[in-house]
Design a protein around this ligand. Sequence first.
Ligand code: PEP
Ligand code: MN
Length: 372
Amino acid sequence: MEEIKDIKVNNVTAEPVLKPFFADKNKRAFWVAGPCSAESESQVLDTAHALASANIDLFRAGIWKPRTRPNSFEGIGTDGLKWLNRVTAETGLKVCTEVANTKHVEACLKHNIDVLWIGARTTVSPFAVQEIANALQGTDVKVMIKNPINPDLKLWVGAIERIAKAGIEQIAVIHRGFSSFEKNKYRNQPRWQIAIELKSQFPDITMICDSSHISGSRDLLEEVAQKALDLNYDGIMMEVHPNPDIALSDADQQITPATFMEMKARLKYRPAEIDDSAFIESLGNLRLQIDEIDDEIISLMNSRMEIVDQIGAYKKRNNISILQTKRWSEIMERCIAKGNELGLSTDFISNMLKAVHQESINRQHKILNRED
Ligand code: PEP
Ligand code: MN
């Protein structure tokens, strides 16, 4: 786990009251899929028809594309909204697109787009988020807020607060990873602990993982999505294109509808809690046993340290050094062998013993240097 000290949020205002983003939250995953960009009417409709049979909840397509460099495809613009309306008319799918300013919001509201999302490059700007919040005032459209591109939890929290203050009650967040200067296997580093910290501040918020923008390549998509589901995320967003290799944006990370369907079928969603009372009771019993064993381990550790202190006093009287490496190696070897016999890994035993040994050394150091 990476350090989370630098991203802790202090003095957050009271948590906004949110309505559930979708009906079966905590029972199943919520699926958002569709192309990175709406490129043509036929590309949008072909993808939507293929995805309608994949049981997704929401169809995505970017109409206004925030591209890092100019002279890239910057989106089809307002015309694409009519294509999204055709998607709903022909497939029954609900639709979403990215908004970055008042004009985008107004155009989407005019076209009854079901869900709007705020992109990572917009969440970084409180001015832009506030402009969107003002345009949303008095409406009941659903909003998804992507994390800012930089690992700043406060900006993400601030965007949620601004949208909630505008009266929007159905808000989801999308974790799409964070840019970093260093090269690594992800396009955007997940830094899972930031999303987990957000979730602990807004326990009821719907958290969706955009595995496409975290991965940046097709081969990582599935493991990222499964990890998110294992961390109890509520849903997954994936970019799907009928012919990914010729996509006008994010070609490397998009997959075909067929690949998407296979992946979706393999991904496992396990709810965090269930209602089954027999299960809850036996889990409770097992946890009770764990707590008792932990208490015993701590009390045994204390007895061990009392003996360590006696040895420290003895070493002091006889004027010998704290560390006898031969003895330490013997302890290690003996315990690892014993642990291995019981099926405990060498790594586990060795890490545990190192922590115990460090504490023993610290205590003996104090005793040896005590004036008495
Ligand atoms: C997108 O979803 O296509 C997009 C532009 O995402 P992000 O804001 O996460 O970069
Ligand atoms: Mn994209």
